[in-house]
Ligand binder design. Structure first.
Ligand SMILES: [Zn+2]
Length: 252
């Protein structure tokens, strides 16, 4: 068994051992509780504010629930959350395709994490969500997943950086990998996918790399969008999440 597979197995075991509370609200139970699951499914996809980044549809506000779920999935090996998060990503991709009236072939391109982070986690969280979303989108949409992008050099962790610092940190940071491009379906457009969009700086850099390679970019889709680039969206007094196009869902 390779080191990465061993680490993924260890993460899954940790998920099992530590999974006796809901990863969304910490209530006792196995896996995501019905309340958190319902809260996820009533969120409405909306355009995310991405500044200079591509047109981006996010399925959910990046509120406390989404922050817990994304972090548990990406950083703590809660692999059992992949299906539900991938389902939300699929909804965002579907809304983007419908909004653009695109019915041709689509290549989902996960925004790459730093290679060191993937090695540490033993798991490429975003690529896993992309593959799960593609399975849900077929056969209604002709979708494949290609990990076209790679990080060109060591990039700082974006967390805690402001918009300008993120942009500078990522300038020229992504490049197109060589191999996977040969297998692209003819006439396909690229949809970038990620778990969370914060300032849009990462998606803007990914869009630059894709377009510089002569590929056609339709837009981007994410599980969640932060209204406030500095962290999870705060709730308004009426219980709605601020910022993301009026998405409303009950508190978990
Ligand atoms: Zn819960």
């Amino acid at each position: 068994m390779g080191t990465n597979a061993w680490r993924a197995g260890r993460s899954a075991a940790g998920d099992l051992l530590l999974g006796a509370v809901c990863p969304g609200c910490r209530e006792p139970g196995w896996g995501l509780c019905p309340g958190c699951r319902a809260a996820l499914t009533v969120s409405r996809p909306a355009l995310a504010p991405t500044g200079t980044g591509p047109v981006t549809v996010a399925c959910c506000p990046y509120d406390a629930l989404l922050s817990h779920l994304v972090t548990a999935h990406k950083d703590h090996g809660a692999l059992g959350l992949a299906p539900v998060l991938a389902g939300r990503l699929a909804v965002a991709v579907h809304v983007l395709l419908r909004g653009c009236a695109w019915t041709g072939p689509v290549v989902l391109v996960p925004v790459p994490s730093a290679a060191a982070a993937v090695r540490r986690r033993g798991y490429d969280a975003t690529a896993t969500l992309a593959r799960g979303a593609a399975r849900r989108l077929r056969p209604a949409h002709r979708v494949v997943v290609r990990r076209l992008l790679a990080q060109r050099r060591g990039v700082q962790d974006q967390a805690g950086l402001g918009a300008a610092a993120r942009s500078a940190n990522l300038d020229g940071a992504l490049r197109l990998r060589h191999g996977p491009r040969r297998a692209l379906p003819p006439g396909a457009v690229v949809v970038l996918v990620d778990d969370v969009v914060t300032t849009g700086a990462t998606l803007a850099e990914a869009a630059r790399a894709v377009e510089a390679a002569g590929l056609v970019l339709l837009g981007a889709a994410t599980v969640a969008a932060a209204a406030d680039p500095r962290g999870p969206a705060r709730r308004r007094p009426d219980g709605s999440a601020g910022g993301v196009g009026g998405s409303v869902r009950p508190a978990p």
